[in-house]
Design a protein around this ligand. Sequence first.
Ligand SMILES: *Cc1c(COP(=O)(O)O)cnc(C)c1O
Length: 465
Amino acid sequence: MTVITNHLPTEELQALDAAHHMHPFTANGGLAQKGARVITRASGVTLTDSEGHEILDAMAGLWCVNIGYGRDELAEVAARQMRELPYYNTFFQTTHVPAIALAAKLAELAPGDLNNVFFAGSGSEANDTNIRMVRHYWAMKGKPTKSILISRKNAYHGSSVGSGSLGGMSGMHAQGGLPIPDIHHINQPNWWAEGGDHDPEEFGLARAQELEQAILELGEDRVAAFIAEPVQGAGGVIVPPASYWPEIQRICDKYEILLIADEVICGFGRTGNWFGSETMGIRPDIMTIAKGLSSGYAPIGGSIVSDEIAGVIAQDEFNHGYTYSGHPVAAAVALENLRIIEEEKVVEHVRDVAGPYLKEKWEALSDHPLVGEAKIVGMMGSIALTPNKETRAAFAAEAGTVGFICRERCFANNLVMRHVGDRMIISPPLVITCEEIDTLIARATKSLDECYAELKDQGLLKAAD
Ligand SMILES: *Cc1c(COP(=O)(O)O)cnc(C)c1O
């Protein structure tokens, strides 16, 4: 058998990758022609590829490497835990120290009476747990008809059948028979793209009130919960107008609808507080967590659940769980990650140092001829590319064409910045320094300049009718 190492030539690695590896969310035929970029190691905010390029990772992997790459402490803890107890389950009246310690720590960090943790292996799994848990909760309360979960168009809650149904990505629903029954989607508070002539705050209020209309139409006795990301991530870092969340909270309270905050991206410091719910001033009944929980060093997710819901669920057997729920190695790694975030004051760094610094530089990008709104909360930001700022026009070219060109320029300039349609988004490691932010902004500006020139050359600066 071929021994596959980093030392094989890039083309050989790419050929093997193309022959055998099916990439997620990728047109694999096209990628095979082009060859995937091979990432070989990383440190801090910087990735290195097989050709020796040093790339600033302004996406923190997939929004997850909150403490940055290359932290030995996590490797040490993982090795120690693997030697001591690499695996045991928590199904059959057994438990273990890493799961106990992590659950207790999360209960301490989470706001209000969110004191109970159901572990999963990922954010998708955790949201599948949430679907079953909220429906089961209402059934246990004698209201089995309350089974509908309301979510939002363009939301991202994961890629399993359940969580993909909860999400509002039309491209995902178009494949594989999604959504499952009793999931209802309302519109997102995306003022830039959908706000028309409305004032942003008025628009935010109207979009929140769609929840109330949906509850009234579907019937209060049919609706179990509303789920949303405090700030939509994969949908394009859509920061809601300030009027949005207070109105959502009011509606959930009024109709006794459970509120699920999907904190998979916003959690663990990204918005400048431990949780996005704190930044947005909401009181969820359940929070979904994953990604930054372990800074991506080990796969782990979960649901942090209120005392009320956990108390009701506890009255009977909940026929649900994953082989890797509370996996000891992943839990130990997550616990060490939380220790680092706390002791090194990473959340304070986002709130008081890196966040304000990045905000100033990021918002200044809106002076660029190609950039409409520039939005940012803590360490998650977006810019809308547009051929006409005044009218907030979309491009005549198919959505995503321009974003893709911009992303390619970023890659060429050793910057990972992602595109969602024609919005460019960032979510860098939370430990990024002000100097590294300068580098990020310089590379982003150069890429925007090059993208602008290319659009002019190709006649793509036209607005859609
Ligand atoms: C990534 C993500 C998920 C899914 O998490 P996985 O670990 O990829 O399953 C769920 N919700 C949000 C908000 C996410 O960004």
